[in-house]
Design a protein around this ligand. Structure first.
Ligand code: 13P
Length: 330
């Protein structure tokens, strides 16, 4: 399948992406909060629970994996990649090597992982993976972000995207502006504007084909420690107007991350964004690429206990269904 077709399929009507690519460190944090034992078998069991949920293919177009999971099998001894492919779901992979201290700055981070990326992608492609993900994180405080941090992260994101496309892998470009902080929604918008300008300048300079990427931004929203909360309708309007001014029409799809928003917000704001986007006749598909937004409630039900698998799967599928409806503005 061509990269354009893969990108279109990932954001096809009614469906969105499941981000199940938590690194071992990140999933350990989630497990620890629920007193789930931290071991490889539990990580496999959790992903097995998600991916074998009945009806997942109706709502999910692609799943992003972490490297460990692509070497694992389902309870029925089928590789997770083959299991998904039998359900018409694309498999992707997180290829960045997480955040590292940014040299020349005391407080900010750079996402690493470019070294040997080409070689890793060749292996991933052979295994049947068709898309990849790289997350840059931009933090807001009274002093941050620095232009330097935005600039080097944008450069790395575009380098990653160019390398992916050279190997016919669709890059998900994720410039996350962090929700943590006291900032207002207007500050979030201002920072996102700077970040998007830099990211698209870099993508274009590095000859990335914008028709063969998926953009994965955070929603423009107030910081989690800011009590000045606008209605979902107003937040949606700010987001869609922002996209109209900052995202080239060639990009086929925008797949938001859930970024620690509440379950209710991640659905209601996405629904309002799609309603407003329809009115404005925006050129892109607008969908979800949620990690916590799809998984949290189900993981709370499961808690590492086999007896809770069926009810946890029901909760997971219900979340997928709600996100799918919201993605259609319903
Ligand atoms: P959340 O939806 O939990 O933010 O995860 C999405 C993701 O892929 C972050 O990189």
């Amino acid at each position: 399948m061509s990269m354009k077709k893969i990108a279109k399929k990932l954001v096809s009507k009614q469906r969105g992406i499941l981000a199940a690519d938590e690194s071992n460190t990140t999933i350990s944090k989630r497990f620890k909060e629920l007193s789930i034992n931290l071991n490889e078998e539990n990580r496999r069991s959790w992903r097995n629970l998600l991916l074998t949920s009945k009806g997942i293919e109706e709502f999910i177009s692609g799943v992003i994996f972490y490297d460990e999971t692509i070497h694992q099998n389902s309870d029925n001894n089928q590789s997770f990649i083959n299991l998904l492919s039998s359900k018409n779901i694309l498999s992707g992979i997180k290829v960045d090597k997480s955040l590292h201290k940014l040299a020349g700055s005391n407080q900010e981070n750079i996402t690493e992982g470019l070294d040997g990326l080409s070689e890793r992608l060749i292996i991933y492609k052979d295994m049947g993976l068709s898309f990849a993900k790289w997350r840059a994180l931009i933090v807001i405080t009274d002093e941050l972000p620095s232009d330097y941090c935005i600039s080097v992260n944008a450069h790395a994101l575009a380098r990653y995207a160019a390398i992916c496309q050279e190997q016919s892998i669709v890059p998900i470009v994720e410039p996350e502006v962090y929700i943590e902080g006291k900032h207002s929604i207007y500050k979030s918008k201002e920072v996102n504007e700077k970040v998007f300008k830099k990211v698209f300048t870099e993508l274009i300079e590095q000859n990335v084909d914008l028709e063969s990427i998926i953009l994965k931004p955070s929603m423009i929203i107030q910081g989690d420690k800011n009590a000045d909360i606008l209605s979902a309708e107003k937040i949606a309007e700010i987001n869609v107007e922002f996209l109209l001014s900052n995202v080239p029409f060639q990009v086929p799809g925008i797949a938001y991350l859930s970024g620690g928003m509440s379950d209710d917000d991640s659905i209601s704001i996405l629904r309002n964004i799609n309603q407003y986007a329809k009115e404005k006749e925006t050129p892109w598909e607008i969908t979800f690429s949620y990690g916590r937004g799809l998984q949290s409630a189900a993981m709370h039900e499961w808690r590492g206990n086999n007896e809770n698998i069926i009810p946890a799967q029901k909760i997971f599928i219900e979340r997928c269904k709600q996100a799918s409806m919201a993605r259609q503005g319903l």
